[in-house]
Design a protein around this ligand. Structure first.
Ligand code: ATP
Length: 473
């Protein structure tokens, strides 16, 4: 772990802590961010007891009023006995504490750190269990989504499943610092939406949010698109052009499809990230920029690095805070809520009254694998609303590639009763199979028409067979 000097007179812990977090160790990974995301308080000292690092949870537990950090030392400044004992005795110590606000802090542990047998300080972690019953005021918001919750634009992003909530909470925290964020995920999983939420919830929210789709711009134009050009810089440069970085000054630039960026542009962007400076194409003037960079990709960047198609140093610079969005397949429990959300949104946009999806239709949708993820779901709902005049969307209103999967899966499931033995224990005849299938289709879909559509036969054939097998009179 990197140890840095902290403490400029008059600065609050919060300021110092942020400043610390924005620093990075040379090979690009910011280890302090690991502690930023852990839901325990963390405190690290040097071999003299001087506090060298605290994370956000620790800060809120012990310094809610932003006490100046200068010269804080666990031996002099009335620190908890657990960290002090671990420091004095040079051995790991555990216990429970109550902070000044009455919050019981359980599972406190402190360990001495040694390097080549030399004592280097202590690291302590502070778990949080419950509030002292006598204190009713809510003092801290801690522990992931149990208490902390999603706020502002993050609240608007639909997702009840644990995996998406975790990512959104991390993104919400990332919005409060300026380190680069790399959003990973399949196409249509909401990478753009999350990038925008990070910007909107950051201190830069009133400044521009500029989106660049690196995959959609021909490589010959990319440099001038990003950095602008001077008049006459190349044939066709009739007048000066301001690039996206200049447009994003003070705000955030979202570099989508970063995996499509040519190698020579990676070098140029790396310089902008490191030095925060660039020149327009054909220009001599060096421009300074203050832009927060968020990038996204659905490509396997690690593989690209190995194969020499993506620069390793650039990768580490972008990947300071990695966020990985789950595919829709990994969060199927959200299908129903997402469907409702898009039905409301799209019906309103089209001026139509909202439709409802039948239970079978939703079940079929949750068995489909959604290669295009949420975008595919949104487009499907738009198509259904645009083309249908019905109030209830049934399974046969869905495209065959979805309804067929449902038929296949449900016909294999034991509750549907597809028989291969008759009640005498012998292999059933074809007619016995047919009767069972026709009967269950009519029961499930309620009409000859719908049953016929699901089975791939006409409604007349369904009616004929239903009479033949005396399913109806
Ligand atoms: N959780 C969500 N709640 C509501 N809408 C969502 C959610 N996730 C994605 N969407 C919507 O799905 C569509 C696709 O999202 P987005 O463009 O952000 O995906 P992406 O991962 O950036 O796709 P690509 O990689 O193809 O650029 C957008 O219309 C977005 O508003």
């Amino acid at each position: 772990m990197k140890i840095i000097e902290i403490g400029t007179k008059g600065e609050t812990n919060r300021g110092l802590q942020k400043k610390y977090n924005e620093q990075q160790i040379p090979h690009g990974l910011d280890y302090s961010l690991l502690f930023e995301y852990c839901d325990q308080g963390i405190c690290v000292t040097d071999e003299f007891g001087n506090i060298k690092y605290i994370n956000d949870h620790y800060y809120r537990l012990f310094y809610p009023k932003g006490v100046p950090m200068e010269k804080k030392n666990i031996l002099k400044d009335n620190h908890d006995k657990i960290i002090v004992n671990a420091f004095r005795d040079r051995k790991s110590t555990q216990g429970t504490l109550v902070n000044q606000a009455g919050l019981i802090i359980s599972e406190v542990q402190a360990w001495p750190m040694f390097s080549k047998n030399q004592f280097k300080g202590v690291v302590a972690s502070y778990g949080i269990r419950e509030r002292d019953a006598n204190r009713s005021t809510k003092i801290y918001e801690l522990k992931g989504n149990e208490i902390m919750g999603l706020k502002g634009p993050f609240k608007e992003i639909i997702g009840e499943s644990e995996n998406i909530k975790k990512v959104l909470l991390m993104a919400q925290r990332a919005s409060q610092i300026t380190s680069t964020v790399l959003i990973r995920g399949e196409s249509g999983t909401g990478k753009g939406l999350v990038a925008e939420a990070i910007h909107k919830y950051s201190q830069r929210k009133d400044q521009p949010f500029v989106v660049v789709n690196c995959g959609a711009i021909p490589s010959t134009l990319l440099e001038s698109e990003l950095f602008g050009h001077e008049q006459g810089a190349f044939t066709g440069a009739i007048r000066k052009k301001i690039g996206k970085f200049e447009l994003a000054q003070g705000g955030t630039i979202f570099l989508d499809e970063i995996g499509d960026l040519p190698l020579e542009m990676q070098v140029k962007l790396l310089r902008v990230i490191q030095e925060k400076r660039f020149e327009r194409v054909g220009g001599n003037e060096t421009l300074e920029v203050d832009v927060r960079i968020i990038s996204a990709t659905n490509k396997d960047l690690e593989k690209m690095v190995k194969e020499g198609d993506f620069r390793e140093d650039f990768y580490y610079r972008l990947n300071v805070i990695p966020l990985c969005l789950p595919s829709l397949r990994e969060r199927m429990e959200d299908i129903s809520r997402l469907t409702k959300h898009f039905v409301c949104k799209i019906s309103q946009e089209m001026g139509k009254s909202p439709v409802e999806f039948s239970r079978e239709a939703l079940e079929a949708m949750s068995q489909y694998h959604w290669p295009g993820n949420i975008r595919e779901l949104e487009n499907l709902i738009e198509r259904i609303i645009a083309l249908s005049s019905k109030e209830i969307v049934e399974i046969y209103d869905l495209p065959d590639y979805i309804s067929n999967i449902y038929e296949f899966v449900s016909s294999e499931s034991p509750e549907t009763g597809l028989i291969n033995m008759n009640n005498k224990g012998c292999i059933a005849t074809l007619e016995e199979y047919e009767k069972e299938i026709i009967e269950s289709a009519i029961n499930k879909f309620g009409s000859f028409n719908a049953a016929g559509k699901a089975l791939g036969i006409t409604h007349k054939t369904v009616a004929f067979k239903a009479r033949k097998y005396k399913i109806i009179d």
